[in-house]
Design a binder for this molecule. Structure first.
Ligand SMILES: Nc1ncnc2c1ncn2[C@@H]1O[C@H](COP(=O)(O)OP(=O)(O)O)[C@@H](O)[C@H]1O
Ligand SMILES: [Mg+2]
Length: 297
């Protein structure tokens, strides 16, 4: 229960989910920062608002033609579904009201560039999520076309990269086709826009769900937490480019001999501040808007 007496449904690494009646959920993005699936003790100021504001930006940018779960982030609109929300000011800007969906049990990842776990698989086997790739690719190289590379959605532990056939056997061929077309289309639109402001969308993870039999875009959309976003002028073949958002944090993390299991190492306040500034800068660069104009400022 909350101050609004909403039934608590789920607490993820970053978000808390509450039921609003039978048909809606309130998704509240916290300022929590996780690394290797371990949540740090120190919150990153503004992070939750950045994640929510970016999701709202993209969903509205895609327009009504793209079915979505998101209803509104506007506190007054949310209040009409969850009375009392206007007074819950600590949630303003970080909460979104969404239609409650039955989530697809896969993560819909799209990759334009070779990076992360996909790079490890390519280096060891010449494949990416089981699909053969051209020989001689370096870290950060572009694939001939963006790839739809799903993974499982693990209840506990790490998600597992899977191939298209395995994903089809989980959700059904028709639904997988729909999901793939939708996600590749959204990826193309977003990467074109990011390119205009000097950013490369290397990969992202979409989550889809079903509402009344319709496949809809859910969860966070194209945020720094769900995407690799690189400054175009800092990409060098074979080298991991600086992450837009978490780089100061990652650079600090690698100086430690932390074994990547709880408890997390205490994050120094200058690293917290730098990381916070990067999240805000990412929002402002991508949207051309000021975070001061977003709810909850
Ligand atoms: N519209 C929706 N209806 C129901 N569940 C949703 C919706 N959108 C997202 N979710 C789920 O809410 C949770 C978001 O919490 P998050 O902190 O991102 O969790 P995780 O650590 O599991 O990624 C995810 O499990 C996601 O699948
Ligand atoms: Mg998530």
């Amino acid at each position: 229960m909350t101050t609004l007496d909403l039934p608590h449904l789920y607490t993820g690494k970053v978000r808390d989910l509450y039921a609003v009646g039978d048909d809606y959920v309130l998704m509240v993005a916290s300022d929590r920062l996780s690394a290797f699936d371990v949540v740090m003790a120190e919150p990153i100021p503004h992070k939750g608002r950045v994640l929510t504001a970016l999701t709202d930006y993209w969903v509205n940018d895609f327009g009504a033609g793209v079915p979505r779960a998101l209803v509104s982030c506007n506190p007054e609109v949310i209040d009409s579904y969850a009375p009392g929300f206007v007074d819950a000011v600590h949630w303003h800007g970080r909460a979104m009201l969404a239609r409650r969906a039955t989530m697809l049990p896969i993560e819909c990842i799209v990759r334009a560039r070779l990076a992360g776990q996909a790079y490890d698989e390519y280096r060891d086997h010449g494949t990416v999520h089981g699909a053969k790739m051209p020989a001689g690719m370096s870290l950060t190289d572009a694939f001939p076309e963006p790839l739809f590379t799903p993974s499982t959605k693990a209840e506990v532990g790490h998600d597992l990269n899977i191939d298209i056939a395995t994903a089809a056997s989980i959700v059904g061929e028709e639904k997988l086709d729909q999901a793939m077309n939708l996600c590749l289309g959204l990826f193309a639109r977003a990467s074109e826009q990011m390119a205009q402001v000097g950013l490369v969308l290397a990969d992202t993870k979409f989550e889809l769900g079903e509402v009344g039999g319709e496949l809809v875009l859910c969860d966070e959309v194209l945020t720094p937490d769900s995407s690799r976003i690189w400054p175009a002028d800092q990409i060098e073949a074979g080298v991991t480019p600086p992450a837009y958002d978490k780089q100061p944090f990652r650079d600090w993390l690698v100086t430690l001999s932390w074994d990547k299991t709880p408890p997390p190492p205490p994050v120094p306040s200058d690293i917290v501040d730098l990381t916070s500034q990067r999240y805000v800068a990412a929002y402002e660069a991508i949207t051309g808007r000021s975070l001061d104009d977003w709810y909850g400022a």
